[in-house]
Ligand binder design. Structure first.
Ligand code: G1P
Length: 298
């Protein structure tokens, strides 16, 4: 059986992005003109996911509204003859059937995944985190599903990060199987740089078995006092082989202002409509700054 269910934990408070996220979900912040969550939903759709479950929380209604019809707006666009915009808006609400479950307390990623147990039932499923956007010719999750179809075990997305950054991630210890594949032997959530077992970080794409749910149910809080998915995966290692996969593609951490800016600039440059003009503006800006290196202190 292949993977058709996708779980999107979107209950996070977005504290790395305050004050912008004080009254709106971080997943709705746009990269150029498209909310970050839509990039992730599109990746899932292009990977064969047709059942979407959002694990939401307080103040996340904008997300539900976004994927729903917008009667007033659609009527207005129709009356004004703005058919392109009307199609754009309608496509979003027709994208696919969305389901929602509430994570009633912010107890961590592991707890959010646990909230999906009834909807997922007894089958393998994908988890996609909205802070990670991957741009690649073949969608990241699709690459992972292809690995899953060969190995029939849980698959985690991996990326090499700098030692200084390992403390922001779940980090693996593993044996290389070649072709970017690893047999994972251990996992640690947010280790100190000098204690990390490697520099291979888990990125926000997971293919998981239903066996993760009873483990999450009994899990004690870990780092930061939260129920950590990484701790559940470490427990899962006792009964399952877990494969790590160094996916191909450019990955952006859009949950962080710097990563968000990098994604915005690079995606704007790649756009057919505005890319060229924006590129010229940037080049000009950099040239001016080079000519006046002390301009900020003037
Ligand atoms: C979460 C996971 C972490 C993983 C990361 C990927 O951390 O807990 O293991 O490496 O996502 O983005 P967070 O970014 O929510 O702190």
């Amino acid at each position: 059986m292949t993977i058709s269910k996708g779980v999107f934990p979107v209950a996070g408070l977005g504290t790395r992005f305050l004050p912008a996220t004080k009254a709106q979900p971080k997943e709705m912040l746009p990269i150029v003109d498209k909310p970050t969550i839509q990039y992730v939903v599109e990746e899932a759709m292009q990977s064969g996911i047709n059942d979407f479950l959002f694990v939401t929380g307080k103040d996340k209604r904008a997300l539900e509204d976004y994927f729903d019809h917008s009667g007033e707006l659609e009527r207005h666009l129709l009356e004004k003859g703005k058919t392109d915009l009307l199609a754009l808006v309608r496509n979003i609400s027709n994208m696919c059937q969305m389901h929602y479950v509430r994570q009633k307390q912010p107890l961590g990623l592991g707890h959010a995944v646990w909230c999906a147990r009834q909807h997922v039932g007894n089958e393998y499923f994908a988890v996609l985190l909205g802070d990670d956007i991957v741009v690649s010719p073949k969608p990241c999750l699709k690459q992972m599903i292809e690995v899953y179809e060969q190995v029939k075990t849980p698959v985690l997305a991996l990326r090499q990060v700098s030692r200084a950054d390992v403390s922001s991630y779940g980090v693996i210890e593993g044996e290389s199987l070649g072709n970017g594949l690893w047999r994972i032997t251990d996992l640690v959530e947010k280790p100190d740089a000098d204690e990390a077992p490697s520099d291979l970080a888990v990125i926000g794409r997971y293919i998981l078995p239903p066996d993760i749910f009873p483990i999450l149910e009994d899990l004690e809080p870990g780092v930061g006092g939260e129920i950590q998915l990484t701790d559940a995966l470490k427990e899962l290692l006792k009964t399952h082989t877990i494969v790590g996969y160094e996916f191909e593609g450019m990955r952006y951490d859009v949950g962080d202002p710097k990563g968000f800016l990098i994604a915005t600039v690079e995606m704007a440059l790649a756009r057919e409509d505005i890319g060229e003009e924006f590129g010229k503006y940037l080049a000009e800006l950099v040239r001016e700054r080079d000519l006046q290196p002390d301009r900020s202190s003037k």
